[in-house]
Design a protein around this ligand. Sequence first.
Ligand code: ALA
Length: 538
Amino acid sequence: MARTKERWGTRLGVILAVAGSAVGLGNFLRFPGTAAQNGGGTFMVPYFCALLLLGIPICWAEWTLGKRGGQLGYHSCPAILGQLGGSRIWRYLGVMGLLMPTIVYMYYVLVESWTLAYAGYYLFGRLDLGSDPSQYPARSSQFFTNLVGLDQDGFMLQGGLHPSVIFWMIAFGVNFCLIYRGISKGIEKFCNVAMPIMVLCAGAVLIRVLTLGTPDPAHPDQNVLNGLGFMWNPKPIGSAHSALSALADPKVWLAAAGQVFFTLSVGFGVIMNYASYLGPKDDVVLSSLTASATNEFFEVCLGGLITIPAAFIFLGAAGAVGGTFGLGFNTLPVVFAYMPAGRWFGFIWFTMLFLAAVTSSISLLQPVIAFLEEALGVGRRASVTILGLITALGCLFLIYFSKDLAALDTMDFWMAQLGIFILGTIEVVVLAWVFGARRAHWVACQGAELHPPSWVFTVLMRCITPLCLLTVFGAWCYLYAGDYLRSLARGGVPLAAVGIIATVLLFMLILVHLAGRRWDRADADRLPPSPPGPEDVG
Ligand code: ALA
């Protein structure tokens, strides 16, 4: 087996890399829209419950599984779950840790390339919405429609190379160049540079937004304070009268849980892979909390204070709502058109989004690269090439079927809403019920600078988090699964997108099967060190 000897260079490096994986488009585009649509301040109650009961425990689970797997010489989800679960079934279920990042990467890098395109257009002054403010929204929407081919399938490949295909190629190439350089020279170095730049860029835009005052005296209510209030004051949703009604709506809780999973990058297999490059005495408990806290700073303090308040200040309450893409790619350009020096703030904002997206998308590639190296015994060049081909085909499918983003939405739905819960559940069950919660606590506390009490760790991992996961999964099936299955039955692009997911899943399963035989032979040749037990403590 090709055992990689890669390691993180420094402790700060691994924390920034995990935080970089977490901080992404979810923080700046998905969070503000989701929070505003789901009760504003009220949304933060389910959000923090999900963070404490699901996000942080599953982060700990992934870091612990990864650290122990790395000690055994494994870096991929199927290998680690198979080893620590002690059964082939976990190895096969570990395929979710390959499927998730592969499919999510396919659409994530596409959205990433849109941010690069917007940054480029702002830099060269080509995103001009004209001089008539009443035309800004229509022009902004037309620009986005033309860029991504919202109107018609195949639009982007007609008549030569569409600019957005060129931006996609650049974004795709940047990711693969970085990932080819490896853990410490590629991912760690890039995150060490990108994360501080992102803070500076987001800070600059935040200061600009918070110092806007009341830009239009004709609308004195559209000011910074009211913008912040619009985002953060608890408010009723739908036709309800009370702000607390949002707490009785299971959809709000599901949205909060989904946001926490997506933003922390848990349930993707990414953190498990990153943690497998830690040394045996490296801390996981405090490092994982630090990375999560960094992500929350970006999400709540930067993402939550910029997008919606800025939109409210210029466009009022009616203009400050919209989905992830609507807010990010339609509304914000209108805001920048109104804003003094908006062209430059637009450039800074979209450059920051691009950097945030790259630190996340490279983290989606690394778990699969590690698997291909372990499974096929090939080197980095071959594994990067294989994954490059697979993901490029997936991206081309999404680029071609661009109408209404139906293909992209389908992939996002099945992966980022359902897949993450499935993998998160598998990870917690393997860690707490199969490997053993006390033993996991012991592994987590080796070299840890913060020791959660054993009973807290055990009760969380064995009971509370799995029960929350089960509840979320049940509610998801009850509320959403039926509609989506019916939409699939109608065929067309959504069905084709599910076909792509199924094809990748089958391919990965075959590889896991072949790799398993290889790993079994290798393990028969060398007796693995037996996992530590609580009896080893002290
Ligand atoms: N955690 C990454 C994001 O928020 C995937 O975009």
